[in-house]
Design a protein around this ligand. Sequence first.
Ligand SMILES: Cc1cc2nc3c(=O)[nH]c(=O)nc-3n(C[C@H](O)[C@H](O)[C@H](O)COP(=O)(O)O)c2cc1C
Length: 455
Amino acid sequence: MTKPLTFGLFQTMGPLGAWRLPDNTGVNFLTLDYWMDLAKRSEAAGADFLFIADDFGYPLIDGTVSPTAIEHALLFPRADPATIMSALSTVTEHLGLVVTMSTSAERPVPLARRFASLDHYSSGRIGWNVVTGAGQNASARLFGEPMRPHDQRYAAAEDHLKLAMTLWEGSWEADALKVDREAGVYADSAKVHEIHYEGPFYRADGIFSVPPSPQRTPVLFQAGASASGRDLAARYAEGVFLAAEPDAVRDQIADIRARAVAAGREPDAIKFLVAGTFIVAPTHDEAVALREKVTAFFTLEDAAVQYAFFTGLDLTKMDPSKPLATTDSETGRTNIERFTGSDGAAAPTVGEILEEFRVNGVMGNPFVGSPAEVVDQTVALMEHTGADGLLVQPGPTGDSASFFDLVVPELRRRGLIAPVVAPGEPARTFRERLFPEGTAHLPATHPGYSLRAGR
Ligand SMILES: Cc1cc2nc3c(=O)[nH]c(=O)nc-3n(C[C@H](O)[C@H](O)[C@H](O)COP(=O)(O)O)c2cc1C
């Protein structure tokens, strides 16, 4: 590998990992101390960012909440991650802070205002994971609305994003904010423009209330790997999160990159980050034993509940010896398309999919072994897929402790990750950290660039 790996830490605001292990700390997710400590440790490890995922859904079976999800804490419970981003920015200096907000759950104007505010408070370190939402069947029911069909959700997501970018980029010129006490002019009214936006799902006429933040548009991430998800990513994302088998990840990256270039963007305009779970211990045998201990907590029923959350399909109603009985679903599609067979390979059976979800969850094969072994596995995956880096999953203890303690020193010893930014070094925005050759703002080849006022 020629470039250092980009890496971030993944979390959701819930009891992550094998919460039944006595040393699992994910159960502390309702305390601010837990998150501030994690942010500080991520920064000290040299991570580029901390990402907190989100969704309003939870697993539904037969149209109602799965009791197993409640009892076993499967994709439930969950608190609101956007509320803590300011707090995390006060205990870190250089760490990017990425948070999911769903275009299905949120309206564009309040979302744009919240991100612009967070970008100010964090001095330009905020990122938005743009999703249509994984557990759509449950969240539509909770919101008391019909579930929008899958591809329409993505069309609405694009419209939502375009309006949000129009607000961030198009209302204020760069030098509109004056705060001139003598002249009594707070902002130059000739340089704060009304935006007029009319799309298929949203319209807006007016000015944006927040003065331009350091990055204007937050760094844009995307995570859905269905065909429509990849299309959205190719046009707008600056970072993409992926989780699948190595060959599938390689193909998804090649596909998104080709579509991005076809849309007029640079081939390296997107950082591709692969989800990786580290089950690591000082020795190989200890790591293998830990993996066995962790997977023993999960049953095939747990696997079916998790699969139902991501796809809306109930595998317990299908023949385990056959491939998926239907691939038709208006809930998330990534985890359906992932198991339909590709390149002429046979599709896995329902039983195999269940076992895959039982032992690996949604994020795919973990890296298992001693620190040297898992770093070898990481390098092999990066080289095979052409990814730019890693999105580190929480691991058995929920808080990535073994990743920080065992893997980071080995990555650093081999020069695979950049040196830690020393406290007090000049601050950069998150976008400049990811793309040092660029600026704090969207590059000229991004569709959001042309929206900027007074360019
Ligand atoms: C690493 C990673 C992180 C993700 N984070 C979220 C998230 O925070 N919220 C969410 O709704 N979906 C998230 N997803 C995507 C969902 O798995 C799901 O694919 C998507 O929301 C539904 O879109 P689809 O139909 O394109 O699959 C993530 C996926 C990956 C691989």
